[in-house]
Design a protein around this ligand. Structure first.
Ligand SMILES: Nc1ncnc2c1ncn2[C@@H]1O[C@H](COP(=O)(O)OP(=O)(O)OP(=O)(O)O)[C@@H](O)[C@H]1O
Ligand SMILES: C[C@H](N)[C@H](N)CCCCCC(=O)O
Ligand SMILES: [Mg+2]
Length: 233
């Protein structure tokens, strides 16, 4: 049956917990009986191995779903340097082919109920000279889950990101991710955002040891909010 549902995971910045939350969400959805896979279309910051470049986000997403698919199906573009992806691609003389990114999603949708697409950095990160992750997700009208790393400055970043997401597609939920060490007034920051963001808060994640532990923190109606069709839930 699958022509799976797609959710894009973005965040208020790089290092805010997109991979952590995406892995937790994969495990949450797996525990509800869905076949789920993560996709990291473009990754900068990868290790050279005998099999080629490997990025830790892509490997974490693969481990969370337990997929046995070849690495390149999950991460078609890997760059060694941990820098902005359009700069990494230009340094390597690589053109990121937007159609190839979309085909990668389409292929995963054929065999999975849910495909979780993790961006690199924040919402407006460029993937080429004239387009961004936001442009690609927006053109496909995929719904977005926004991960907010709770720290000083995140209120502004979250409100700006939500505004920008709404201009290109829709933010269907957000996660308050308690990055270690805990920020002062963490609960008040989360509440300030909850009152100002239209999308529902789907999980509040304290500093936890593993995404598997975090999977239980998603609220019961998470898959519904993420617009996963009722027939699959
Ligand atoms: N709730 C949490 N509890 C404990 N550790 C966390 C939590 N959230 C994130 N971390 C850790 O913080 C670091 C950054 O998180 P993560 O890699 O998920 O960020 P990211 O937004 O995916 O970054 P990138 O932009 O590089 O993809 C990782 O080492 C991760 O394990
Ligand atoms: C290297 C890092 N961990 C991410 N993979 C890429 C972050 C790109 C951020 C670009 C920017 O907004 O300046
Ligand atoms: Mg990541």
């Amino acid at each position: 049956m699958p022509l799976g549902h797609v959710i894009a995971v973005t965040g208020t910045d790089t290092g805010v917990g997109k991979t952590f939350a995406a892995c937790a969400l994969i495990q949450h959805a797996c525990s509800r009986g869905l076949s789920v896979v993560g996709y990291k279309p473009v990754a900068s910051g990868s290790e050279a191995t005998s099999e080629g470049l490997r990025n830790e986000d892509a490997l974490a997403l693969m481990a969370a779903s337990g997929t046995q698919l070849p690495y390149a199906r999950i991460n078609p573009y890997a760059f060694a340097d941990p820098i902005a992806p359009h700069l990494a691609a230009a340094d390597d003389d690589v053109h990121i082919d937007r159609a190839r990114l979309t085909q990668g999603v389409a292929a995963l949708r054929e065999t999975h109920d849910l495909v979780i697409v993790e961006g690199a950095g924040g919402w407006q990160v460029p993937l080429g000279e004239s387009w961004t992750f936001a442009d690609w997700i927006g053109a496909n009208a995929w719904p977005v889950l926004m991960v907010v790393g709770i720290r000083l400055g995140c209120i502004n970043h979250a409100l700006l990101s939500a505004q920008s997401i709404a201009a290109q597609t829709r933010c269907v939920g957000w996660v308050a991710n308690g990055l270690p060490p805990p920020a002062d007034r963490e609960a008040d920051i989360v509440e300030s955002l909850r009152r100002r963001l239209q999308a529902p808060l789907l999980a509040t994640l304290p500093a936890l040891s593993t995404p598997a532990e975090a999977a239980d923190h998603f609220i019961e109606s998470t898959l519904q909010s993420l617009e996963v069709p009722a027939s699959r839930r």
